[in-house]
Design a protein around this ligand. Structure first.
Ligand SMILES: Cc1cc2nc3c(=O)[nH]c(=O)nc-3n(C[C@H](O)[C@H](O)[C@H](O)COP(=O)(O)O)c2cc1C
Length: 358
């Protein structure tokens, strides 16, 4: 989906932002994107800390569409259906993939704290993680959790070595999810054509634009107050008051501007990773999310950035053609992610742990 609306053009009319809101945003970033200080010794405190790590995962539109239940030695991750995005994600595919992302962070954090997590997806789509004592291992993936971000910037256009690509492949492997790595320019141009076609369909759909707009946080003040959604600055846009964002958003989100941005993004990337699960059910979408999260954490550990470009898998009429192009027409391509080296972008925010516990 298109998170990089061209609000840069609006910078000339952007109202000055309150310094205090800016400071609060910076303080929130420091509070959210960090490792634990002294590891908690008490069980519930430790489990809350594992939940905090889980919430640092990616989620579609940064909806944080998850709830967590602590029961004895089990942590359950439940879908928060009030945080659905029915236009871009009518069958909740991304919602369950996001739960998979949170699952993976939780497992990595548990291991670092001497707990092995055994995962079981229930028929209602909730995820039970039973925690058993084991030797503590802080994996490079765990260490990378507070650094990972969806980096919506141009990358440096350099390739990755064969060894680096192998490390990414290895991190993503498992749980019935296949990774297609495209690094040749002609193949990346083909994907770009699908991304642009999907982007054109989405930007021409008023319901899509409306839903996306409802998750944009136009100012620091709004971003900090809500702690969720897509903060404009994370996509390289200026911060502006919501009334102005509401006025400008529809006019500036044009197919042409989006196509240009996607073109720069893909042409400056080292490659594109496509995650394809063996089957097409919530449990498989969760596994695709887990595979992405491991891939992104491994990339982060190597100083490589990642960002989603899911337009070809989100537009239902385009998805079968895209699958056919990829040679997986018997399956559903789940997620599309570009990668490469590039600058860090401003950070997304999260709601506090207390807000996601049930
Ligand atoms: C299933 C899923 C789909 C996503 N699709 C897109 C996308 O199409 N475009 C995009 O820019 N970001 C996409 N994202 C990234 C989220 O917007 C991002 O994770 C969220 O804003 C939080 O930011 P962070 O990843 O930097 O922590 C997706 C994330 C998930 C988990």
């Amino acid at each position: 989906m298109l998170y990089h609306s061209p609000l840069l053009a609006a910078s000339a009319v952007a109202a000055p932002t309150a310094a205090s809101a800016d400071t609060r945003y910076e303080a929130a970033v420091r509070q959210i994107w960090r490792h634990t200080g002294a590891p908690p010794t008490q069980k519930t405190a430790l489990q809350r800390e594992l939940v905090r790590y889980a919430t640092l995962a990616a989620s579609s539109h940064n909806t944080q569409c998850w709830k967590f239940r602590l029961e004895g030695d089990r942590i359950s991750i439940l879908p928060d259906l009030e945080r659905r995005t029915p236009v871009v994600d009518p069958d909740d595919h991304h919602l369950y993939a996001s739960l998979g992302c949170a699952t993976e962070n939780l497992l990595q954090a548990a291991l670092a704290h001497g707990l092995q997590g055994l995962v079981e997806v229930q028929t209602d789509g909730s995820i039970q993680i039973d925690l058993e004592p084991t030797q503590a291992i802080a994996t490079p993936l765990f260490n990378a959790i507070p650094q990972r971000q969806s980096t919506r910037a141009d990358y440096d256009g350099q390739t990755l070595s064969t060894g680096e690509l192998a490390q990414l492949e290895q991190a993503a492997a498992g749980n019935g999810v296949n990774l297609l790595l495209l690094t040749e320019k002609p193949a990346m141009e083909q994907v770009l054509a699908y991304v642009i076609e999907g982007s054109n369909a989405q930007t021409s759909d008023p319901d899509f634009v409306q839903e996306l707009k409802s998750w944009i946080r136009f100012s620091e003040r709004e971003a900090v107050r809500r702690g969720d959604g897509l903060f404009a600055r994370c996509s390289g846009n200026p911060t502006i008051p919501r009334w102005l964002g509401n006025l400008l958003f529809d006019q500036l989100l044009t197919p042409k501007a989006e196509a240009q941005k996607c073109t720069h993004h893909i042409r400056s990337s080292a490659g594109i990773a496509i995650f394809v699960a063996d089957h097409d059910r919530p449990a498989d979408w969760i596994n695709a999310g887990r595979a992405y999260q491991r891939f992104a954490l491994q990339a982060t550990a190597m100083g490589v950035r990642t960002a989603f470009l899911n337009q070809p898998v989100e537009v239902a009429t385009l998805r079968p053609q895209f699958a056919q192009y990829l040679g997986v027409s018997d399956r559903r391509p789940d997620l599309v992610v570009r990668f490469g080296r590039g600058p860090e972008m401003p950070r997304s925010l999260r709601r506090p742990v207390a807000a996601v516990l049930v």
